[in-house]
Design a protein around this ligand. Structure first.
Ligand code: ADP
Ligand code: MG
Length: 251
């Protein structure tokens, strides 16, 4: 009788994770001769943990962050141009609280996306709202929403998120309209949220990405770099490292 009542109350409290295993939990408590406080502690801790895990899983799914790139799987020994201590500090989320931007610049395959995504995943774990786009995807999204009134747009998630990761700036050049849309996006987020950008082109070359428009490029850089940390990532391509090994083996 009491068990049924407790179950019903737990349902109303939305303790859905521990609700299902309540009889087992009680049985175990009896077996362990667990005191009431220890038992309560165990149940609420389990519920909170499970909730936290499902929150993270949902946020990760909604963020669009690609799977399988975590900071703890990044091999810093292979990538000496990136100081682990600096990334560890970013992983505290301090840069998001300060609304700073992070840029990872360098050639293909050196781990720019991995670091950007790893920090994005970490931000989700810390409870921040995060969106991931490749530059191409972002431009498509911005184009689709170009007709929506500005007031409505500022409310939309991609501008409101605490952190937006824009990956692969530089694989494609933008035309004037696209440059303008991107500028609007950057201007809307300016000092309101953080941005992580990755690019295979040095900042000096960005004017060529943005329709040769020096004015727009300067205005963009002005906002992006105002509070930014830049990482120059270089060295060998991680993608090609196994191929290098094979070639060496043969030579
Ligand atoms: P970039 O974005 O610089 O072109 P990526 O981050 O996509 O490079 O890296 C290419 C692949 O190699 C990815 O699968 C990534 O997980 C992996 N990778 C790159 N650098 C490292 C590293 N230092 N440690 C572990 N995996 C790495
Ligand atoms: Mg990349």
């Amino acid at each position: 009788m009491t068990l049924e009542r407790v179950k019903h109350t737990m349902e109303r409290l939305k303790m859905q994770h521990t609700l299902g295993t309540l009889p087992e939990l009680v049985e175990e408590a009896v077996k362990r001769k667990e005191g009431p406080l220890a038992f309560l502690d165990r149940v609420v801790t389990m519920e909170l943990q499970a909730r936290e895990e499902s929150r993270i899983a949902t946020s990760l799914r909604l963020s669009g962050l690609p799977k399988g790139m975590h900071l703890d799987t990044f091999d810093f020994a292979f990538q000496p141009s990136v100081e682990k201590a600096r990334i560890d500090f970013l992983a505290t989320g301090e840069f998001i609280r300060k609304k700073e931007n992070i840029l990872f610049l360098g050639p293909p395959g050196v781990g720019k996306t991995h670091l950007a995504v790893g920090l994005g995943v970490r931000a989700v774990e810390l409870g921040y709202s995060v969106s991931y786009y490749t530059m191409d995807e972002l431009i498509q999204v911005l184009k689709k929403r170009a007709d929506v009134p500005v007031a409505k747009q500022t409310r939309s998630a991609y501008k409101k998120n605490a952190l937006v990761v824009v990956d692969e700036l530089g694989y494609q050049s933008l035309d004037r309209r696209e440059t303008h849309l991107f500028f609007q996006f950057i201007a809307a987020r300016y000092v309101k949220g953080s941005l992580i950008l990755t690019s295979n082109r040095s900042i000096r070359d960005w004017v060529h990405l943005f329709a040769e428009d020096e004015l727009a490029t300067t205005a963009l850089l002005d906002r992006i770099l105002h509070r930014a940390q830049i990482f120059s990532v270089d060295g060998r391509s991680y993608r090609l490292k196994d191929m290098e090994k094979l070639l060496k083996g043969k030579g």
